[in-house]
Write a protein that binds this ligand. Structure first.
Ligand SMILES: *Cc1c(COP(=O)(O)O)cnc(C)c1O
Length: 487
């Protein structure tokens, strides 16, 4: 029971355990009849408590794996379509298992010789995908867009406030601010707080109906903050907003950031996947002008989490993350040609998340992955057509990438607050019955009429017929809830 995963005996010890895991995955998935287990959160928690308390010894792996599979919201199920939560490719998952067994850590060469070289090569490949000069760019694998956005804004702060911030804090009298659209990811505000700027340092630039940042409003806000004596350290442009996939005007953002001396960070955590598709990549034209970029391959990239990437256009802007730890990257080792990735990351111990992505890119190629992106995009367009064809559903706007927002609207006059409540309730009914995982969000702005349901289509094997069935589930749940409310 205490056998190790690595070493000469590792594969032999792992073999039977893997067979156990695969059997339990199959059994647990078969017990669940839909994308998630039916039941309330309290019922699921009780099942988990029972599994944990009633299991000891050799049987734990099988029993708890079965429970995990039964209790999963399985993104490989066509009716699981709420979030940027992708079904991982089998080949990527198998590659990740090799990483778990060997456990390389990216903070020093002597913990990860090949993995260090592999991450460096992959970062160059991804820099080229973004349009950066790979010889000048730099980057790192991250835990996701949240960490990548924090890193981009940290480098922006240190570059724009004369690089003294890390040691001495923000200079007295300087009032830094960050401009991001009202639909930008909440991690922008959180980063500002963590960086000592305060959440209110983030100025929300208005968006259009599709949630795309207005370039005129960005220009107006930049002029206003500059006039008020504040220092705009960064403009954050989102390439693929979480809810609608809207892509901010990247060239206009680059022009304006340049004019006001601000750093441009492009949050392409979702939309970065479009770079894999010849058809959709032009939507991201201008991304190569960004000072830094966030990409997430655990979204439109079919990797098991985590597979975030942070890139900078010019490696020298990484300076404020550089660290010398005598036990990890001593000068004499570096001079002798032993490279270190320590100064690329906020983290110290770091998993070799580059490996699964490198394997996937070699296995499917950019073209193969691009076809998966195109398939999901086409599925979203078909889903939008199906929503438009259903009188009790109302489409918010045409899909840009692979998401669509809509709502259930019962026939006849209805007040907006009641429609909001109805949509929230029908979504929870679908969760409770285990029949569908549909997203729920609110549009920026005030008042009622903001609640929208969301489909995030990331399963390239889902058929148009299955999306149609999912929409019928939504309508069915809407009728049921509306009927109960009326009665
Ligand atoms: C998902 C997302 C993030 C956060 O990424 P994590 O990988 O969840 O940390 C940031 N920005 C956008 C636009 C996203 O969609």
């Amino acid at each position: 029971m205490d056998a190790l995963a690595g070493g000469a005996g590792g594969p032999g010890s792992l073999g039977p355990l893997l067979a156990t895991v695969l059997d339990a995955l199959e059994a647990g998935t078969a017990l669940r009849s839909g994308p998630l287990p039916a039941g309330s959160p309290a019922e699921i928690a009780a099942l988990v408590a029972e599994g944990l308390s009633g299991t000891r010894g050799r049987g734990a792996l099988a029993r708890l794996t079965e429970l995990l599979a039964y209790g999963a919201a399985d993104p490989a199920d066509p009716a699981c379509a709420a979030h940027l939560h992708c079904p991982p490719l089998a080949v990527a998952t198998a590659a990740d298992l090799a990483v778990s067994a060997l456990n390389p850590s990216q903070d020093s060469w002597d913990q990860a010789p090949a993995a260090t070289a592999l991450e460096t090569a992959l970062i160059a490949e991804l820099a080229a995908l973004v349009g950066y000069d790979p010889a000048r760019a730099a980057g790192v694998l991250t835990s996701g867009g949240t960490e990548s956005n924090l890193m981009g804004l940290m480098l922006a702060r240190d570059q724009k406030l004369d690089g003294i911030v890390e040691l001495d804090g923000i200079p007295a009298g300087v009032r830094p601010c960050i401009l991001a659209s009202a639909a930008a990811h909440f991690s922008v505000q959180r980063s500002a707080a963590l960086l000592g700027l305060g959440e209110r340092a983030v100025i929300a630039v208005p968006v259009d109906r599709q949630l795309r940042m207005s370039p005129e409003e960005l220009e107006r806000e930049l002029a206003e903050v500059s006039w008020a004596g504040r220092t705009p350290i960064a403009v954050v442009a989102t390439a693929g907003t979480t809810d609608t996939g809207a892509i901010d005007p990247l060239d206009a953002a680059a022009d304006l950031a340049g004019r006001y001396g601000a750093w441009l960070h492009v949050d392409a955590a979702y939309g970065g996947g479009a770079l894999l598709s010849d058809r959709l990549a032009p939507l991201l034209d201008g991304i190569a002008r960004a000072d830094s970029v966030s990409l997430d391959w655990h979204k439109l990239g079919w990797q098991p989490a985590a597979a975030g990437v942070f890139l900078v256009r010019r490696a020298e802007t990484y300076v404020s993350l550089a660290r010398r730890a005598e036990y990890l990257n001593p000068v004499d080792d570096e001079q002798a040609g032993y490279p270190s990735l320590l100064g690329r990351s906020l983290r110290t111990t770091r998993r070799a998340d580059a490996f699964k992505l490198a394997v996937t890119l070699r296995t499917l190629g950019r073209e193969g992955l691009g076809r998966l992106v195109d398939t999901c995009h086409e599925l979203a367009l078909a889903a939008a057509a199906a929503v438009r064809a259903e009188p009790s559903l109302e489409l918010h706007s045409e899909p840009v990438l692979t998401t669509l927002l809509f709502r259930y609207r019962p026939p006849g006059p209805a007040d907006e607050a009641a429609v909001d409540e109805l949509n929230g309730q029908l979504r929870r009914l679908l969760l409770r019955t285990g029949r569908a995982v549909v997203g729920r969000t609110e549009l920026p702005g005030e008042g009622a009429g903001r609640v929208r349901l969301k489909l995030t289509l990331l399963n390239p094997h889902t058929t148009v017929g299955e999306v149609g069935a999912l929409l019928r589930e939504v309508v069915g749940a809407g009728r049921k809830v509306a009927g109960e409310r009326a009665g």
